[in-house]
Design a protein around this ligand. Structure first.
Ligand code: NAP
Ligand code: L37
Length: 284
């Protein structure tokens, strides 16, 4: 089988168009959703992503503020900025781009963001809401993965999903979302024995490992849906996923490319979360 390609770039563009229409209407009733993005330091990938987020915000008509802070920023300075944004009425979403420089404590910083403005969904209150099935803000990349799977028309109910990776920002939340869709979910990680055996049973694979071309076609079940979250830059400058696309596409039924798969959806879901946060804040 040669897999159908899940075109994340195109799907993300449709999502953004839909958001823009909603923003146009909200603006007529006097509400402009606002997002503040904070980047500390000069991580090259983060600079690219924050630039894309800023551009996407402006395109859909959001109010956008980007704080590019120097590497030496202290914890106190960062927390003071977050506190100011927490009470700023123009701002409905706050995103601190990770990873932070080593001298800053990610947990303390995330905890300082008002849960109502936590458009990354990383605050324990939102993570907990996802865990117990209550309403809350859902992390962008996992939300994008589910959107892409649904877009194929694949019904997750009762299907076997294998998530490779257990980070708080991708693996764990995507597993919880798949469970909420009634999939039977297995989470694999660096201590998993027989990863290949697990993967060969999977109707859906979500790969979030951070190792180039780690999952190969011989590990993929015929006809499955393969969502590749990995973004790895090779020495020659080429961007590849965690899945070896060329061999996996001969086995999968559906597959996301890198670039042009999950990445653009992460940004579209950030816009969606900011819109939801603005609506929630206005409603109560
Ligand atoms: P992370 O925090 O480094 O987590 C990687 C996970 O992979 C860990 O749980 C680790 O297991 C597991 N792992 C490592 N080696 C393994 C092995 N040999 N077999 C099985 N599992 C293994 O990474 P992350 O933040 O989740 O990101 C994962 C990838 O997604 C990266 O390439 C990142 O750049 C990309 N990403 C993309 C987007 C996007 O929008 N497309 C967004 C976020 C991240 P242990 O827990 O046992 O160490
Ligand atoms: N929400 N996302 C959120 N918060 C964070 O703290 N680190 C982080 C995060 N991650 C993130 O922004 N990831 C991300 C990854 C890829 C893209 C965007 C965001 C993306 O646009 N990828 C393009 C290729 C970009 C490139 O050429 O480098 C793609 O097509 O995959």
């Amino acid at each position: 089988m040669t897999a159908k390609i899940i075109n994340g770039k195109e799907i993300a563009s449709t999502v953004r168009k839909n958001i823009k229409e909603q923003v146009d209407r909200l603006k007529e009733s006097g509400l402009t959703p606002g997002l503040a993005v904070i980047l500390v330091g000069t991580d090259p990938a983060s600079q690219v992503y924050v630039g894309s987020k800023e551009k996407a915000c402006i395109e859909v008509g959001f109010h956008s503020e980007v704080y590019r802070l120097p590497e030496e920023t202290t914890q106190e300075e960062l927390l003071a900025l977050i506190q100011k944004l927490n009470t700023d009425e123009k701002i409905h979403g706050i995103l601190v781009q990770l990873p932070l420089p080593k001298h800053l404590d990610e947990k303390v910083v995330i905890n300082a963001i008002s849960p109502r403005k936590d458009v990354d969904g990383f605050h324990p209150l939102n993570a907990g809401a996802l865990f117990v099935g209550e309403k809350g803000l859902v992390p962008c990349t996992p939300k994008g993965c589910i959107h892409l799977i649904k877009e194929t028309g694949f019904d997750l109910k009762g299907k076997k999903a294998v998530v490779v990776g257990r980070s708080n920002i991708v693996g764990k939340p995507v597993a919880m979302l798949l469970l909420n869709e009634n999939a039977t979910v297995t989470i694999c990680h660096s201590r998993t024995q027989n990863l290949k055996e697990e993967l060969l049973q999977a109707d859906v694979v979500v790969a979030a490992v951070g190792k180039p071309n780690f999952i190969t076609g011989d590990m993929i079940k015929e006809g499955s849906v393969v969502i590749d979250v990995g973004i790895n830059r090779l020495e020659n400058g080429k961007l590849v996923g965690d899945v070896d696309f060329d061999s996996a596409k001969e086995k999968a039924g559906w597959i996301t490319p890198v670039p042009g798969g999950v990445g653009p959806m992460t940004i579209a879901m950030l816009l969606q979360n900011t819109l939801e946060a603005a609506q929630n804040i206005m409603e109560n």
